[in-house]
Design a binder for this molecule. Structure first.
Ligand SMILES: [Zn+2]
Length: 416
């Protein structure tokens, strides 16, 4: 996409491999966090954003208890780690109208996990989620209105659900951290499928104004931005003989990436095919993520990433999300299989490039032993028993995503 050398020179900062601990190595490199005591809120805020982005409090938030935070120290009450826990990819029930949700859930009733609502976040110990509207026709066609209006309506409903659940709508990492420090849960708005953008670059700005901070450019269909790794019909086993050339990131798609970089929105390459993913990785000046994915070398599945794709995401400073999806023989079958993805990706690019994206409410089936958001803690526990340190586990469960979010959208301060 003519972005070869530009991709290198425009990138701000190459990620050091922080293998010894989440922030110590970086602290040494930048020297920014000297004098901050580890385990204090002040320290966490400073390191989470790579700079002291707001007035730091003077008192330690709480004491360490064997690396875990004592439950009563946080209003959430169900904490299982000290730092912010982030699920980088969920859906609320609002991406389909109620009758369509019923049809979908009836059709998948044998495998679909129980419904998830935002008011369950606190008891699950999950501090922040990226809640996604769905922008391709598989979802927007059900709404009986133009696709872009369907996206707007979905986002409105997510905001309403968040408000009713007393969940903060966060548009920056600072706001997620502020919510966390106040004992509140937070959502970040996302859109999965940029199909409704059409050829209107101004709609990227519109998304930003609506509070959306993450876009998955390509979902289940090829669109004006790029091409998908797995079209909707092939999920269902229906072949697509007349599919056009997989052209990767388009010229217009390149402009979308530039605009997202400029505004400060996270680019999520989940569902992009290899050509689109590499096009985006070369083009983007900010870290990119694949919020719900896995390693192709662990399982040959079109939705997983090969080594070059994982390296491309990591090179931007971004993260690949562990995804407990399992349906019709595809995806990690159990927690052991999920840990094999974690280990493989960590060995390839380092644990600083892992996160978690459960896709709850968005998938017809989950792996054995994972029933819903309340089991996010089970994944954390499994990471520990699979040999990840407490620090690495906390990064995977939230710290890494927060680092990316802070770098992508660094300028937005206090909440509205
Ligand atoms: Zn998805």
């Amino acid at each position: 996409m003519g972005g070869g050398c530009r991709g290198i020179t425009r990138r701000r900062w190459r990620r050091p491999d922080l293998s010894s601990g989440p922030y110590d190595a970086r602290s040494r490199i930048t020297g920014r966090h000297g004098g901050r005591r580890r385990g204090t809120r002040q320290y966490r805020v400073a390191v989470a954003f790579g700079h002291e982005s707001r007035p730091a409090t003077t008192e330690p938030a709480h004491d360490h208890v064997g690396g875990l935070m004592s439950a009563e120290a946080h209003a959430g009450g169900a904490r299982f780690q000290e730092g912010v826990v982030v699920d980088a990819h969920v859906h609320t029930t609002d991406y389909l109208p109620a009758f369509a949700t019923s049809v979908y859930r009836w059709a998948t009733r044998r495998t679909v996990p129980p419904l998830f609502f935002l008011d369950q976040l606190a008891s699950a110990g999950v501090d922040a989620v990226v809640a996604n509207a769905v922008g391709d026709r598989a979802a927007t066609a059900w709404w009986g209105r133009p696709p872009w209006r369907a996206v707007e309506e979905q986002l409105r409903r997510i905001r309403v659900q968040a408000e009713r659940a007393h969940v903060v709508l966060a548009t920056s990492a600072v706001q997620v951290q502020q919510a966390f420090d106040a004992g509140r849960m937070a959502i970040v708005l996302g859109l999965e499928g940029g199909d409704g953008i059409g050829m209107h670059l101004s709609r990227v700005d519109e998304l930003f104004r609506w509070g959306v901070r993450l876009l998955i450019p390509v979902h289940l269909r090829d669109n004006r931005i790029g091409t998908t790794c797995l079209p909707w019909n092939r999920y269902l086993g229906i072949p697509s003989p007349f599919r056009g050339r997989r052209r990767g990131l388009t010229e217009f798609g390149g402009a979308v990436i530039d605009r997202m970089n400029h505004l400060g929105m996270i680019i999520d390459v989940s569902h992009s095919d290899a050509a689109t993913l590499h096009g985006i990785a070369d083009r983007s000046r900010s870290p990119i993520i694949a919020s719900h994915s896995g390693a192709r070398r662990v399982e040959e599945f079109a939705r997983f990433l090969d080594d070059n794709e994982i390296r491309a995401v990591a090179r931007t400073g971004g993260v690949v999300g562990l995804w407990p999806y399992h349906y019709k023989g595809h995806g990690a079958a159990d927690l052991d299989a999920l840990m094999r993805h974690a280990r493989y990706i960590a060995d390839l690019v380092g644990p600083s490039h892992l996160c978690l994206g459960t896709d709850i409410n968005g998938v017809p089936g989950m792996l054995a032993g994972y029933r819903g958001e309340e089991d996010v803690r089970v994944i954390a526990a499994r990471l520990r028993s699979a040999g990840f340190s407490q620090d690495d586990t906390e990064k995977i469960m939230g710290g890494n995503f927060m680092r990316v979010f802070a770098e992508v959208a660094p300028h937005e301060g206090s909440s509205s």
